[in-house]
Design a protein around this ligand. Structure first.
Ligand SMILES: Nc1ncnc2c1ncn2[C@@H]1O[C@H](COP(=O)(O)OP(=O)(O)OP(=O)(O)O)[C@@H](O)[C@H]1O
Ligand SMILES: [Mg+2]
Length: 239
């Protein structure tokens, strides 16, 4: 790893491995992954089902702990931190977007987006005002009081994105964000992610099976059997 570039790196993984024990067997879900993602990059993680994509994303975002190796997030080695400190860092620095949205069903759109704002240790925004602004920007200004079940899949995904952006995190991690969207909603989501990156300089890491998404990113990392086999810079997006 080149030390002279580490300051510009939002995420670094060094020798990152995750083993899982299932009965008598040990599964190497991730094996000795090294990578560096620069601030402002928009990166895809691709690979077959079971190749370790979600495992990698979970480790990068501090949702899971490595068996060995480390993750350096915005200059902080999160591998050794206490659970409380990791939770704080996650809330401050990372927005997560999941395939199944993970919205709270009993809360309306506004309340779902305001929730992480209420947990911010050093609040930058007034929760309700920020939630309203984000949802309006994402085209949901007339759906603020709708609960998730009263919204379409694409609308729920936009609420989830607004929630992920609530604390203006420098890093956005998305696991199959278009997995439950139709083609047109997927294209819209992709445009939205590009817009977020361009306006907020957010670093974005997207796990995807979607070739159109992968092709529109700066770079794609390919996993196979828990190993990083390719780090490819897309020609069209060279910058
Ligand atoms: N909790 C767990 N316990 C045991 N094995 C697990 C667990 N979670 C994942 N694995 C195994 O680790 C490997 C990687 O899983 P992972 O979910 O990261 O794959 P993935 O690339 O995200 O797949 P998909 O595209 O299907 O979502 C798989 O072989 C899986 O069976
Ligand atoms: Mg997965």
């Amino acid at each position: 790893m080149n030390d002279s570039i580490t300051n510009a790196n939002m995420l670094i993984a060094q020798g990152l491995s995750r083993q899982l024990r299932v009965g008598e067997h040990v599964i190497h879900a991730l094996h000795e992954v090294d990578l560096a993602i620069e601030a402002g990059e928009m990166i895809g993680i691709v690979g077959p089902s079971g190749s370790g994509k979600s495992t990698l994303l979970g480790l990068l975002g501090g949702l899971d702990r490595p068996s060995s190796g480390k993750v350096i997030l915005d200059g902080i080695d999160i591998s050794e931190l206490s659970e409380d400190r990791i939770t704080e860092i996650r809330n401050e620095k990372i927005g997560f977007i999941f395939q199944f949205f993970n919205l709270i069903p009993t809360l309306n759109a506004l309340e779902n987006v305001a929730l992480p704002l209420q947990f911010a240790r050093q609040p930058k925004f007034r929760p309700e005002q920020r939630a309203r602004e984000l949802l309006t920007r994402l085209g949901l200004g007339d759906r603020l009081r709708h609960r998730p079940a009263e919204l379409s899949g694409g609308q729920q995904q936009r609420v989830a994105i607004a929630r992920a952006l609530a604390n203006q995190p420098p890093l956005l991690l998305a696991d199959e964000p278009t997995g439950n969207l139709d083609r047109s909603a997927s294209v819209e989501l992709l445009e939205l992610l590009h817009e977020i990156r361009d306006t907020e300089k957010t670093t974005i890491v997207v796990v995807t099976h979607d070739a159109a998404i992968a092709a529109s990113l700066d770079r794609a990392l390919t996993l196979e059997d828990g190993r990083l086999v390719e780090q490819e810079r897309a020609i069209a997006a060279a910058h």
